[in-house]
Ligand binder design. Structure first.
Ligand code: PMP
Length: 429
């Protein structure tokens, strides 16, 4: 396989872009080698600038749940483009998307659209503080909530991959109200709530994707909901990744809880920049113009992004691919585990709906410390072998693989072959 054009673009990109990328994980830092530059994508496939074609399990880190360039989404976007790109005034499309989102999440009476997951989380945290009058926030190590200052502590995803302790440029005052707990460990939350009576909220990924896929135990997630309610602490579910992906009503529906505030992103914009936060009327009434919590955005509720979101969610509800996702993920797990066994590779597979993660580790993975025991060198070998075999994966051990409803038996067969060949490479190390 040749990557000549990607190599040329990488060199050129480094001149005026930082590391030739606009988001660090795209730099392939943890797998080494030259990052790929993409030309185009369609359905389950993505093509790089050298004409190499891959089954795409990155899917823009989640948004492209219907696969690339779904016909209905493309039609809706094209129609919207002809009416104008941005108005700085309200449109009917915002009302329509808000209704779809609020109908899907029982805890949400009102929603506010923003432009990214990061913005959704920073607004949700401001809202929790505005509503309770308290400043402290409990977060879990390994959960990633975007790049706002207060959340760049013990974060997973890009940070874990790059092995940075936090981030330079974040003032210590910005994180002094952030308390860290361990995922799947209720006692570690209780300890904070026993010590401090000024905690505004606990935030978590109800099923994680940013330390790899980790599910909460039933006791942990239900216990967390009960504990926060008892203590008058808000529970924020960051469903930027899982919202409309795990289930139409998000991971909350599957793990059996209802958040006080929910953050969304990715799928709700169908590949365009959209984030959202929502809650009950009582909580949302804090937000301007109804209340005193200021939050705004020039491009928020952008008509093209709203059109893509409406078309994506409408089609998703119609397709209802969630059972199929489970079956496909189960098959992929089987391929991974059987080839790992065949070639003597230690592997633990975690999955939840359309998100799946093979950890190159022999231990059970229930939290960030467990995930970090994975052999990232083996992952790097596996990643490049998968590329050679025509599969594009997130270039990090700690990022979930995403499935789209465009995958068919044909791609599953190709995946089986690619996984077997790539595991053989890892086994021969
Ligand atoms: N929260 C979660 C759970 C995420 O997975 C992400 C992005 N991976 C974010 C927040 C931040 O979203 P964005 O990159 O759109 O700012």
């Amino acid at each position: 396989m040749e990557f000549k054009n990607s190599e040329i673009l990488y060199k050129k990109g480094c001149e005026n872009l930082v590391g030739a990328v606009n988001s660090p994980v795209r730099a392939f830092a943890s797998v080494g080698g030259n990052p790929l530059f993409i030309d185009k994508a369609k359905g389950a496939y993505i093509k790089d600038v050298d004409g190499n074609k891959y089954i795409d399990l990155v899917l823009s880190y989640g948004p492209m749940i219907l696969g690339h360039r779904n016909k209905k989404v493309e039609k809706a976007v094209t129609r919207a483009l002809k009416k104008g790109y941005s108005f700085g005034a309200s449109t009917n499309a915002e009302i329509k998307l808000a209704k779809i989102v609020c109908d899907a999440f029982p805890g949400m009476d009102k929603v506010r659209f923003v432009n990214s997951g990061t913005e959704a989380v920073l607004s949700a945290i401001r809202l929790a503080r505005a509503h309770t009058g308290f400043d402290k926030i409990v977060k879990f190590s390994g959960c990633y909530h975007g790049h706002m200052d207060a959340m760049l502590v013990a974060a997973g995803s890009g940070l874990a991959t790059l092995s940075l302790p936090g981030s330079k440029g974040v003032p210590s005052q910005a994180v002094e109200n952030t308390l860290i707990s361990e995922y799947n460990n209720l006692e570690s939350v209780k300890a904070h709530l026993d010590k401090y009576n000024d905690v505004a909220a606990v935030i978590l990924e109800p099923v994680t994707g940013n330390m790899g896929v980790v599910q909460p135990s039933d006791d942990f997630i239900k216990g967390l909901r009960k504990l926060t309610k008892e203590r008058g602490v808000l529970l924020i579910c960051d469903e930027v990744m899982t919202g409309f992906r795990s289930q139409f009503g998000g991971a909350q529906e599957l793990v059996g809880i209802q958040a006080d505030i929910t953050c969304l992103g990715k799928v709700i914009g169908g590949g365009f920049p959209v984030g959202a936060y929502g809650a009950s009327n009582k909580i949302m009434e804090n937000v301007a113009p109804l209340g005193g919590m200021y939050q705004a955005g020039t491009l928020s509720g952008n008509p093209i992004a709203m059109a893509a979101g409406i078309a994506t969610l409408t089609e998703l509800e119609k397709q209802n691919p969630y059972k199929k996702f489970d079956l496909v993920a189960e098959k992929i797990e089987e391929f991974l585990l059987s080839s790992a066994k065949k070639y003597g590779v230690d592997l633990t597979v975690n999955r939840f709906g359309s998100m799946i993660n093979p950890f190159f580790a022999s231990n059970e993975i229930k939290n960030f410390a467990d995930a970090q025991k994975s052999d990232t060198k083996k992952f790097a070998k596996f990643f490049w072998a998968m590329i050679e075999n025509g599969v594009f994966l997130p270039p990090s051990q700690f990022e979930a693989w995403f499935l789209s409803s465009s995958l068919t038996i044909r791609e599953l067969k190709k995946l089986e072959k690619a996984i077997d060949a790539s595991m053989q490479v890892v086994g021969s190390l």
